[in-house]
Design a protein around this ligand. Structure first.
Ligand SMILES: [Zn+2]
Length: 99
C-alpha cells in the first residue's frame, strides 16, 4: 500500500517531542496545496529538550518516485552518525502514497 508522501504541511517530531521545521525545495509539486518534501530537504529542530539536543532529522525517500530529481520523502530515519536522532511523523496527508 505504500507510505504517505510528506509535504510541507506534515508534522514531524523527534522522539523527545520537539517539532521540526521542514523546508522544501520542490515547491512546484504539490499535494492538496502543500509542496512535497524530498530527501535532502531540511527538517531542523530548535527546541529538543534532550542533552545533547537533536538538531535535524533525516527524511527517508521513496524508491521510485522523484520530484526535481530527488526522491519524495515518505518518512523520517535517524542520522547515521547519531542513532538517537530518531523521528516520528505525527501527521501528513493521506491522499498520495508511494513505495
Ligand atoms: Zn530530540
Amino acid at each position: 500500500m505504500g507510505q504517505p508522501v510528506l509535504t510541507s504541511a506534515a508534522i514531524v517530531m523527534c522522539v523527545h517531542g520537539a517539532q521540526a521545521a521542514v523546508w522544501t525545495s520542490a515547491a512546484r509539486v504539490r499535494i492538496a496545496g502543500s509542496a512535497v518534501l524530498c530527501t535532502g530537504d531540511a527538517a531542523t529542530l530548535s527546541a529538543c529538550p534532550a542533552q545533547p539536543p537533536c538538531l535535524a532529522l533525516h527524511l527517508a525517500g521513496a524508491n521510485r518516485v522523484f520530484a526535481s530529481g530527488r526522491a519524495l520523502a515518505i518518512g523520517v530515519s535517524p542520522l547515521q552518525h547519531r542513532p538517537t536522532s530518531q523521528g516520528l511523523v505525527v501527521h501528513t496527508q493521506e491522499r498520495v502514497r508511494v513505495i
